[in-house]
Design a protein around this ligand. Structure first.
Ligand code: IPM
Ligand code: MG
Length: 353
């Protein structure tokens, strides 16, 4: 039996609902793979603020650094919207990412033919869309010095060479395992950080990944091409904030933000979360789409728990359910399914593997 210690961070809004689903799938997979699963709950976001006045419990942070993997729902909500920056729910997530050292955020986006009618795109635009966003996650403007006085405010964007080198290596390795195409996105016509980014990415790729075809695209143009010709992209490499924005945009290709998983990796630790937010408007109604979180479990099985076969099995189970429907109301307009019902169907498809 392999031992797996996973910290569960439900967070706010729909976070607890999608995590409930993901845990059921993880438990089912663990049973199938004879994994001795130890789940430990922790507190982050608004729910942590309400309980202890801090956006993440210190004990939770410590547990996350000691676990094999961390699975997170979502953080944030209107209740804490007017809190000062360091006491917002998001501050807990940023601190967690930084302290876990998970600098490489992987966000795969696939367009499934069966879901094309739920997207705003023509089917031919979506044909062959299978891309991977590699977002730098612990640097840039998210973590630079910030300041505010009554009439002005600033956020500093700084990147160090070593931060760009290590994320470029992750993207290079992933491109080698895929279609060997890397598109690095920046704003080098305006920003100094982007000019350093472009230079360092070029150096790393020429030196260490000569077999990968590299192109540089400005972020504004990249946003347009993601809509006009999304199938041309394989791996997209980008800094923290551009990656945040473009990954939500790219999710429209899949059909719903609720479908997209992510893995955030460092040298050892792994943090897994859907890319969507806490969706306070639908929280507590049992209609949140759990697929992004379930697919994050698959990424966890593959990348942190070293169970590639189980990861494939979870992904196949999800594909079966997505192909047959009915799905949650973010996709399905008439006679939608509920979170729990959809989860039961994924679990039985997984059991039938
Ligand atoms: C994401 C989210 C977070 C981010 C928020 C909740 C801080 O939007 O993971 O994409 O901006 O990174
Ligand atoms: Mg985001």
């Amino acid at each position: 039996m392999t031992d797996a210690h996973v910290v569960i961070l439900p967070g706010d809004g729909i976070g607890p609902e999608v995590l409930e689903s993901a845990i059921l799938v993880l438990q089912k997979a663990a049973q199938m793979g004879s994994i001795d699963l130890r789940l430990e709950h922790g507190w982050i976001g608004g729910s942590a603020l309400d309980l202890c006045g801090e956006p993440i419990f210190p004990e939770t942070l410590q547990a996350c650094k000691e676990a094999h993997a961390v699975l997170l729902g979502a953080v944030g909500g209107p209740k804490w919207e007017n809190n000062p920056g360091h006491l917002r729910p998001e501050a807990g997530l940023l601190q967690l990412r930084k302290e876990m050292g998970v600098y490489a955020n992987l966000r795969p986006v696939v367009a499934r033919p069966a879901l094309a009618p739920f997207t705003p795109y023509r089917p031919e635009i979506l044909q062959g869309v299978d891309l991977l966003m590699v977002r730098e996650l612990t640097g840039g403007i998210y973590f630079g010095e910030k300041g505010r006085d009554p009439d002005s405010a600033f956020d500093v964007c700084r990147y160090h060479r070593h931060e760009i080198e290590r994320i470029a290596r992750v993207a290079g390795r992933l491109a080698q395992q895929r279609r060997k195409k890397l598109c690095s996105i920046d704003k080098a016509n305006v920003m100094e950080t982007s000019r350093l980014w472009r230079q360092v990415v070029t150096e790393v790729m020429e030196r260490e990944f000569p077999d990968v075809q590299l192109e540089h695209v400005l972020v504004d143009a990249a946003a347009m091409y993601l809509t006009l010709k999304p199938a041309q992209f394989d791996v997209l490499l980008t800094e923290n904030m551009f990656g945040d924005i473009l990954s939500d945009q790219a999710s429209t290709l899949a059909g719903s933000l609720g479908l997209l998983p992510s893995a955030s990796l460092g040298e050892q630790l792994g943090l897994y979360e859907p890319i969507h937010g806490s969706a306070p408007d639908i929280a507590g109604r049992g209609i949140a789409n759990p697929i992004g979180t379930i697919l994050s479990v698959a990424m966890m099985l593959r990348l942190s728990l070293h169970q590639p076969d189980l990861a494939d099995a979870v992904e196949r189970a999800v594909e079966k359910v997505l192909a047959t429907g009915p799905l949650t109301p973010d996709l399905e307009r008439y006679h939608p399914s509920h979170t729990r019902e959809l989860t039961t169907r994924v679990c039985s498809a997984l059991g039938a593997e």
